[in-house]
Design a protein around this ligand. Structure first.
Ligand SMILES: *Cc1c(COP(=O)(O)O)cnc(C)c1O
Length: 364
Protein backbone atom coordinates (compact mmCIF):
# COMPACT_ATOMS: atom_id res chain seq x y z
CA UNK A 1 0.00 0.00 0.00
CA UNK A 2 1.27 3.45 -0.93
CA UNK A 3 1.72 6.15 1.73
CA UNK A 4 -1.55 7.74 2.80
CA UNK A 5 -2.48 11.04 1.13
CA UNK A 6 -4.34 13.34 3.49
CA UNK A 7 -6.64 16.08 2.24
CA UNK A 8 -4.07 18.67 3.29
CA UNK A 9 -0.55 18.88 4.66
CA UNK A 10 0.74 21.76 6.76
CA UNK A 11 3.40 23.99 5.22
CA UNK A 12 6.52 24.20 7.37
CA UNK A 13 9.81 26.08 7.02
CA UNK A 14 13.18 24.33 7.33
CA UNK A 15 13.73 23.21 10.92
CA UNK A 16 16.91 25.32 11.21
CA UNK A 17 15.11 28.40 9.97
CA UNK A 18 12.48 28.17 12.70
CA UNK A 19 15.15 27.53 15.35
CA UNK A 20 17.02 30.62 14.17
CA UNK A 21 13.78 32.66 14.35
CA UNK A 22 13.01 31.64 17.94
CA UNK A 23 16.62 31.86 19.22
CA UNK A 24 16.27 35.42 20.59
CA UNK A 25 13.26 34.38 22.68
CA UNK A 26 15.81 32.59 24.90
CA UNK A 27 17.53 35.94 25.46
CA UNK A 28 14.45 38.08 25.97
CA UNK A 29 12.29 35.54 27.87
CA UNK A 30 9.34 37.45 26.34
CA UNK A 31 7.04 34.69 25.15
CA UNK A 32 3.68 36.37 24.57
CA UNK A 33 1.67 39.59 25.14
CA UNK A 34 2.41 41.48 21.92
CA UNK A 35 6.14 40.70 21.77
CA UNK A 36 8.66 41.51 19.06
CA UNK A 37 7.75 38.59 16.77
CA UNK A 38 4.06 39.37 17.14
CA UNK A 39 4.56 43.00 16.17
CA UNK A 40 6.86 42.09 13.30
CA UNK A 41 4.30 39.65 11.92
CA UNK A 42 1.50 42.21 12.22
CA UNK A 43 3.57 44.66 10.20
CA UNK A 44 4.53 42.12 7.54
CA UNK A 45 0.92 41.00 7.20
CA UNK A 46 -0.27 44.58 6.75
CA UNK A 47 2.13 44.77 3.82
CA UNK A 48 1.32 41.34 2.44
CA UNK A 49 -2.44 41.79 2.70
CA UNK A 50 -2.22 45.45 1.61
CA UNK A 51 -4.54 46.57 4.40
CA UNK A 52 -4.07 49.45 6.89
CA UNK A 53 -4.62 47.40 10.07
CA UNK A 54 -4.09 43.83 11.19
CA UNK A 55 -4.71 42.46 14.67
CA UNK A 56 -3.38 38.98 15.48
CA UNK A 57 -5.19 36.33 17.52
CA UNK A 58 -4.47 32.89 18.91
CA UNK A 59 -6.89 31.43 16.35
CA UNK A 60 -9.34 32.50 13.68
CA UNK A 61 -12.45 31.54 15.59
CA UNK A 62 -11.74 33.80 18.56
CA UNK A 63 -10.76 36.54 16.14
CA UNK A 64 -14.23 36.30 14.61
CA UNK A 65 -15.99 36.30 17.98
CA UNK A 66 -14.01 39.35 19.06
CA UNK A 67 -14.69 41.18 15.79
CA UNK A 68 -18.41 40.60 16.41
CA UNK A 69 -18.01 42.08 19.89
CA UNK A 70 -15.86 45.00 18.77
CA UNK A 71 -18.35 45.99 16.07
CA UNK A 72 -21.18 45.69 18.64
CA UNK A 73 -23.47 43.52 16.52
CA UNK A 74 -26.93 42.86 17.91
CA UNK A 75 -30.03 40.79 17.08
CA UNK A 76 -29.92 38.98 13.75
CA UNK A 77 -26.99 38.34 11.45
CA UNK A 78 -27.40 37.21 7.85
CA UNK A 79 -24.95 34.45 6.95
CA UNK A 80 -24.75 31.15 5.05
CA UNK A 81 -24.87 27.57 6.39
CA UNK A 82 -22.38 26.30 3.77
CA UNK A 83 -19.34 26.93 5.96
CA UNK A 84 -17.23 25.52 8.73
CA UNK A 85 -18.85 25.26 12.18
CA UNK A 86 -16.87 28.29 13.37
CA UNK A 87 -18.84 30.94 11.44
CA UNK A 88 -22.26 30.01 12.82
CA UNK A 89 -20.92 29.11 16.26
CA UNK A 90 -19.27 32.54 16.59
CA UNK A 91 -22.59 34.26 15.85
CA UNK A 92 -24.55 32.10 18.29
CA UNK A 93 -21.91 32.17 21.02
CA UNK A 94 -22.07 35.98 20.93
CA UNK A 95 -25.78 35.79 21.70
CA UNK A 96 -26.95 36.60 18.17
CA UNK A 97 -29.35 34.81 15.85
CA UNK A 98 -28.03 33.53 12.51
CA UNK A 99 -30.39 34.03 9.58
CA UNK A 100 -29.42 31.64 6.80
CA UNK A 101 -29.22 32.86 3.24
CA UNK A 102 -28.75 30.45 0.34
CA UNK A 103 -25.59 30.24 -1.79
CA UNK A 104 -24.76 30.57 -5.48
CA UNK A 105 -24.55 27.26 -7.33
CA UNK A 106 -21.37 28.36 -9.15
CA UNK A 107 -19.02 29.65 -6.45
CA UNK A 108 -20.87 28.60 -3.23
CA UNK A 109 -20.73 32.12 -1.75
CA UNK A 110 -23.78 34.02 -0.43
CA UNK A 111 -26.56 34.58 -2.95
CA UNK A 112 -26.73 38.36 -2.82
CA UNK A 113 -30.16 38.54 -4.56
CA UNK A 114 -31.64 36.79 -1.51
CA UNK A 115 -30.12 38.97 1.21
CA UNK A 116 -32.58 41.86 1.26
CA UNK A 117 -35.67 39.72 1.78
CA UNK A 118 -34.05 38.37 4.99
CA UNK A 119 -33.44 41.81 6.51
CA UNK A 120 -35.70 42.72 9.45
CA UNK A 121 -35.58 45.58 11.97
CA UNK A 122 -33.41 43.29 14.13
CA UNK A 123 -30.72 42.73 11.50
CA UNK A 124 -27.39 44.34 12.43
CA UNK A 125 -24.92 42.70 10.08
CA UNK A 126 -24.00 40.32 7.29
CA UNK A 127 -21.28 37.72 7.86
CA UNK A 128 -20.55 36.21 4.42
CA UNK A 129 -17.91 33.55 3.78
CA UNK A 130 -15.32 33.56 0.99
CA UNK A 131 -15.82 29.81 0.53
CA UNK A 132 -12.77 27.81 -0.71
CA UNK A 133 -11.11 31.13 -1.50
CA UNK A 134 -13.92 32.04 -3.94
CA UNK A 135 -14.79 35.65 -3.31
CA UNK A 136 -18.30 36.86 -2.47
CA UNK A 137 -19.95 39.52 -4.59
CA UNK A 138 -18.27 42.18 -2.45
CA UNK A 139 -19.61 45.20 -4.36
CA UNK A 140 -23.21 44.09 -4.13
CA UNK A 141 -22.81 43.26 -0.43
CA UNK A 142 -21.38 46.73 0.15
CA UNK A 143 -24.33 48.32 -1.65
CA UNK A 144 -26.87 46.38 0.44
CA UNK A 145 -25.02 47.07 3.70
CA UNK A 146 -24.88 50.82 2.99
CA UNK A 147 -28.53 50.98 2.02
CA UNK A 148 -29.70 49.19 5.18
CA UNK A 149 -27.00 50.46 7.52
CA UNK A 150 -25.58 47.02 8.26
CA UNK A 151 -22.08 46.03 9.31
CA UNK A 152 -20.17 43.44 7.27
CA UNK A 153 -17.61 40.99 8.65
CA UNK A 154 -16.16 38.57 6.13
CA UNK A 155 -15.14 35.08 7.14
CA UNK A 156 -12.01 35.15 4.99
CA UNK A 157 -10.49 32.05 6.62
CA UNK A 158 -10.05 30.51 3.14
CA UNK A 159 -9.04 33.67 1.31
CA UNK A 160 -5.53 34.54 2.50
CA UNK A 161 -3.71 36.59 -0.13
CA UNK A 162 -6.54 36.60 -2.68
CA UNK A 163 -6.98 39.78 -4.73
CA UNK A 164 -10.03 41.04 -6.61
CA UNK A 165 -9.07 43.07 -9.69
CA UNK A 166 -5.82 43.85 -7.90
CA UNK A 167 -7.52 44.91 -4.64
CA UNK A 168 -6.78 42.86 -1.53
CA UNK A 169 -9.73 40.84 -0.31
CA UNK A 170 -8.88 42.15 3.18
CA UNK A 171 -10.10 45.62 2.25
CA UNK A 172 -13.82 44.82 1.97
CA UNK A 173 -16.40 45.14 4.69
CA UNK A 174 -15.85 46.52 8.19
CA UNK A 175 -13.51 43.63 8.99
CA UNK A 176 -12.22 40.34 7.61
CA UNK A 177 -11.22 37.32 9.65
CA UNK A 178 -8.32 35.18 8.46
CA UNK A 179 -7.42 31.80 9.92
CA UNK A 180 -3.79 30.73 10.21
CA UNK A 181 -4.64 27.23 11.35
CA UNK A 182 -2.17 24.47 10.41
CA UNK A 183 -4.43 23.33 7.56
CA UNK A 184 -4.75 26.73 5.87
CA UNK A 185 -2.72 28.17 2.97
CA UNK A 186 -0.68 30.26 5.44
CA UNK A 187 -0.24 28.99 8.98
CA UNK A 188 1.10 30.09 12.37
CA UNK A 189 0.41 26.55 13.75
CA UNK A 190 -2.84 27.89 15.22
CA UNK A 191 -3.62 31.54 14.70
CA UNK A 192 -5.78 34.14 13.09
CA UNK A 193 -6.19 37.81 12.36
CA UNK A 194 -8.70 40.56 11.86
CA UNK A 195 -7.88 42.92 8.99
CA UNK A 196 -9.72 46.26 8.94
CA UNK A 197 -9.59 49.79 7.60
CA UNK A 198 -10.92 51.86 10.52
CA UNK A 199 -7.92 52.43 12.84
CA UNK A 200 -10.26 53.23 15.75
CA UNK A 201 -10.99 49.51 16.01
CA UNK A 202 -7.39 48.67 16.81
CA UNK A 203 -7.42 49.53 20.52
CA UNK A 204 -10.77 47.83 21.08
CA UNK A 205 -9.53 44.60 19.49
CA UNK A 206 -6.31 44.71 21.52
CA UNK A 207 -8.24 45.20 24.75
CA UNK A 208 -10.84 42.53 23.96
CA UNK A 209 -8.18 39.88 23.31
CA UNK A 210 -6.46 40.63 26.61
CA UNK A 211 -9.05 40.40 29.41
CA UNK A 212 -10.38 43.92 28.82
CA UNK A 213 -7.20 45.50 30.21
CA UNK A 214 -6.61 48.96 28.70
CA UNK A 215 -3.18 50.55 28.40
CA UNK A 216 -3.89 52.59 31.54
CA UNK A 217 -4.27 49.31 33.42
CA UNK A 218 -7.98 49.72 34.06
CA UNK A 219 -10.43 46.97 33.13
CA UNK A 220 -13.09 48.36 30.82
CA UNK A 221 -14.62 45.18 29.36
CA UNK A 222 -15.53 41.67 30.48
CA UNK A 223 -13.20 39.95 28.05
CA UNK A 224 -11.26 36.73 27.66
CA UNK A 225 -7.84 35.90 26.30
CA UNK A 226 -7.07 35.38 22.62
CA UNK A 227 -3.52 36.62 22.13
CA UNK A 228 -1.08 35.15 19.63
CA UNK A 229 2.15 34.00 21.29
CA UNK A 230 5.72 34.52 20.08
CA UNK A 231 6.23 30.93 18.89
CA UNK A 232 3.15 31.15 16.69
CA UNK A 233 4.28 34.52 15.33
CA UNK A 234 7.78 33.13 14.64
CA UNK A 235 6.24 30.29 12.62
CA UNK A 236 4.26 32.90 10.70
CA UNK A 237 7.37 34.98 9.97
CA UNK A 238 9.08 31.88 8.53
CA UNK A 239 6.08 30.64 6.55
CA UNK A 240 5.36 34.08 5.11
CA UNK A 241 8.70 33.92 3.27
CA UNK A 242 7.44 30.97 1.24
CA UNK A 243 3.72 31.55 0.89
CA UNK A 244 3.89 32.89 -2.68
CA UNK A 245 5.98 29.88 -3.73
CA UNK A 246 3.52 27.57 -1.99
CA UNK A 247 0.58 29.17 -3.79
CA UNK A 248 2.40 28.73 -7.12
CA UNK A 249 2.84 25.03 -6.37
CA UNK A 250 -0.81 24.71 -5.35
CA UNK A 251 -1.75 26.30 -8.65
CA UNK A 252 0.07 23.54 -10.57
CA UNK A 253 -1.81 20.86 -8.63
CA UNK A 254 -5.10 22.72 -9.17
CA UNK A 255 -4.49 23.02 -12.94
CA UNK A 256 -3.63 19.30 -13.16
CA UNK A 257 -6.94 18.41 -11.49
CA UNK A 258 -8.80 20.65 -13.95
CA UNK A 259 -6.95 19.07 -16.86
CA UNK A 260 -7.82 15.54 -15.71
CA UNK A 261 -11.35 16.05 -14.37
CA UNK A 262 -12.65 18.82 -16.61
CA UNK A 263 -15.19 17.84 -19.28
CA UNK A 264 -16.42 14.72 -17.49
CA UNK A 265 -20.16 14.25 -17.39
CA UNK A 266 -21.47 14.58 -13.85
CA UNK A 267 -18.32 16.14 -12.42
CA UNK A 268 -18.59 19.83 -11.68
CA UNK A 269 -15.45 21.78 -10.87
CA UNK A 270 -15.06 25.22 -9.39
CA UNK A 271 -12.76 27.15 -11.71
CA UNK A 272 -11.12 30.37 -10.48
CA UNK A 273 -13.44 33.38 -10.79
CA UNK A 274 -12.85 36.21 -13.28
CA UNK A 275 -10.63 39.01 -11.99
CA UNK A 276 -9.61 36.96 -8.96
CA UNK A 277 -6.04 36.10 -8.18
CA UNK A 278 -6.72 32.84 -6.36
CA UNK A 279 -4.77 31.18 -3.55
CA UNK A 280 -5.88 27.70 -4.70
CA UNK A 281 -6.87 26.83 -1.15
CA UNK A 282 -9.20 23.90 -1.90
CA UNK A 283 -10.27 21.72 -4.79
CA UNK A 284 -14.01 21.09 -4.39
CA UNK A 285 -15.69 18.66 -6.77
CA UNK A 286 -19.46 18.30 -7.04
CA UNK A 287 -20.64 14.86 -8.15
CA UNK A 288 -24.00 15.52 -9.76
CA UNK A 289 -25.35 12.55 -11.71
CA UNK A 290 -21.88 11.08 -12.06
CA UNK A 291 -21.63 7.29 -12.38
CA UNK A 292 -20.69 7.16 -8.69
CA UNK A 293 -22.20 9.32 -6.02
CA UNK A 294 -20.08 11.38 -3.63
CA UNK A 295 -20.03 8.83 -0.83
CA UNK A 296 -18.93 6.06 -3.19
CA UNK A 297 -16.08 8.20 -4.54
CA UNK A 298 -15.02 9.01 -0.98
CA UNK A 299 -14.92 5.31 -0.17
CA UNK A 300 -13.09 4.34 -3.36
CA UNK A 301 -10.41 6.87 -2.47
CA UNK A 302 -10.14 5.86 1.16
CA UNK A 303 -9.77 2.21 0.13
CA UNK A 304 -6.61 3.40 -1.61
CA UNK A 305 -5.44 5.33 1.47
CA UNK A 306 -6.42 8.71 -0.02
CA UNK A 307 -8.46 10.98 2.16
CA UNK A 308 -10.83 13.49 0.60
CA UNK A 309 -13.27 15.39 2.82
CA UNK A 310 -17.01 16.09 2.82
CA UNK A 311 -16.39 19.79 3.24
CA UNK A 312 -18.93 21.24 3.95
CA UNK A 313 -21.33 18.59 5.06
CA UNK A 314 -23.63 18.78 6.93
CA UNK A 315 -24.73 22.40 6.66
CA UNK A 316 -24.26 24.28 9.93
CA UNK A 317 -28.04 24.88 9.95
CA UNK A 318 -28.45 21.10 10.32
CA UNK A 319 -26.22 20.73 13.37
CA UNK A 320 -27.94 18.94 16.23
CA UNK A 321 -26.95 21.75 18.61
CA UNK A 322 -29.12 24.22 16.63
CA UNK A 323 -32.29 22.22 16.36
CA UNK A 324 -35.03 23.96 18.37
CA UNK A 325 -32.76 26.96 19.07
CA UNK A 326 -34.14 29.38 16.50
CA UNK A 327 -36.09 29.43 13.27
CA UNK A 328 -33.98 27.81 10.57
CA UNK A 329 -34.40 29.00 6.98
CA UNK A 330 -34.42 26.57 4.04
CA UNK A 331 -31.40 26.86 1.75
CA UNK A 332 -32.03 24.37 -1.08
CA UNK A 333 -28.93 25.12 -3.14
CA UNK A 334 -26.66 24.83 -0.11
CA UNK A 335 -28.30 21.49 0.77
CA UNK A 336 -27.89 20.25 -2.79
CA UNK A 337 -24.18 21.11 -2.89
CA UNK A 338 -23.49 19.80 0.64
CA UNK A 339 -24.91 16.41 -0.38
CA UNK A 340 -22.66 16.14 -3.43
CA UNK A 341 -19.40 17.91 -2.72
CA UNK A 342 -16.01 16.47 -1.90
CA UNK A 343 -12.76 18.41 -1.48
CA UNK A 344 -9.84 16.50 -2.95
CA UNK A 345 -6.33 16.46 -1.51
CA UNK A 346 -4.56 19.74 -2.28
CA UNK A 347 -1.31 20.98 -0.81
CA UNK A 348 1.85 22.46 -2.21
CA UNK A 349 3.98 19.33 -2.34
CA UNK A 350 1.30 16.98 -3.62
CA UNK A 351 3.00 15.53 -6.70
CA UNK A 352 1.37 15.64 -10.12
CA UNK A 353 1.76 11.82 -10.26
CA UNK A 354 -0.33 11.59 -7.10
CA UNK A 355 -2.94 13.85 -8.67
CA UNK A 356 -3.04 11.50 -11.67
CA UNK A 357 -3.50 8.51 -9.39
CA UNK A 358 -6.33 10.24 -7.50
CA UNK A 359 -8.12 11.12 -10.76
CA UNK A 360 -7.66 7.58 -12.11
CA UNK A 361 -9.39 6.17 -9.06
CA UNK A 362 -12.26 8.63 -9.42
CA UNK A 363 -12.69 7.78 -13.12
CA UNK A 364 -12.10 4.01 -12.96
C1 LIG B 1 -10.62 27.40 9.64
C2 LIG B 1 -11.88 28.16 9.58
C3 LIG B 1 -12.33 28.95 10.65
C4 LIG B 1 -11.72 28.93 12.01
O1 LIG B 1 -10.40 29.23 12.10
P1 LIG B 1 -9.46 28.62 13.24
O2 LIG B 1 -8.19 29.36 13.04
O3 LIG B 1 -9.33 27.15 13.02
O4 LIG B 1 -10.08 28.94 14.56
C5 LIG B 1 -13.46 29.73 10.45
N1 LIG B 1 -14.14 29.72 9.30
C6 LIG B 1 -13.76 28.94 8.27
C7 LIG B 1 -14.55 28.99 7.00
C8 LIG B 1 -12.64 28.12 8.37
O5 LIG B 1 -12.29 27.32 7.36
Amino acid sequence: MKNPIQVTRSSMPMFEEYIEEIRDLWDSHWLTNMGIKHNQLEKQLRDYLMVPNVSLFTNGHLALEIAIEALELTGEVITTPFTFASTTHAIVRKGLTPVFCDINPEDYTIQTESIEELITEKTSAIIPVHVYGNICNVNEIERIAKKHNLKVIYDAAHAFGVTVNGESVANYGDASMFSFHATKVFNTIEGGAIAFKDSDLKDTLNVLKNFGITSQGSIDYVAGNAKMNEFQAAMGLCNLNYVDEEIEKRKKVFKKYIELLGDIKGIKLSEPQDGINSNYAYFPVVFDDYKYNRDVVLEKLSNENIYARKYFYPLTSEFICYQDSFKIQETPIASYIADRVLTLPLFSDLSLEEVERICEIIKK
